[in-house]
Design a protein. Sequence first.
Length: 172
Amino acid sequence: MHDDPILVLDTASPVVSVAIGCDGRIVAQRTLELRRSSEMLLQAVDEALDEAGVTRVELGAVAASRGPGSFTGLRIGLATAIGLHQALGLPATGLDGRRLLARAAAEAFSSGRMAADPEAADSAAVVAVDALRGEWSSQRFRLGPAPEALERAQLRSGDELLALDLPIVGFG
C-alpha cells in the first residue's frame, strides 16, 4: 500500500523549501530565496510535482511550517497551504518549525555531515531562530529518528545559548 503524496512548504527561513513526500521519503524538492518566494513559490510547487510525477489532485495533504521565522514568509506559506486546502479539498496542517529543524539536525548528525552521535542517549541540540532584539526563539531536543523536545520553547540571549554547550542549529 502506498501513502498519498504530501506537499510540504517551509517558507519561514531565508531558504524556502518545497518538498513532495511519499511512503516516508522525499521524492522531489525545490529551494529558493525568501525574497523571491511570493512570486516563485507556486512555480517551485509545480516543478516539484512534475519531478515527482504527481498532479495537484493526486496530493493527499498539504503542510506548511507555522514558525517561528519570517512573518512575511510564514504568511506566504500558510496562505498557500490554505488556498490548496480550499481549492482541492486537501487536509492541511501547520508544522512546528523548531521540530522540523531538530529533525534536519538529527539527519545531518546521523549522515556524518555534522559531528555528533545521534544514537547516544544524551545526544541533544538546541534549535534557535533569530527573534530579533538580541533574542533567539530556542528549544532543546534529544536527537534521533523522532526528535524529542526536552523543554518548552523559550527566548534566550546569544550568551545563554552558548552557555548550554550543545550544538546549535537554526537560522538568523
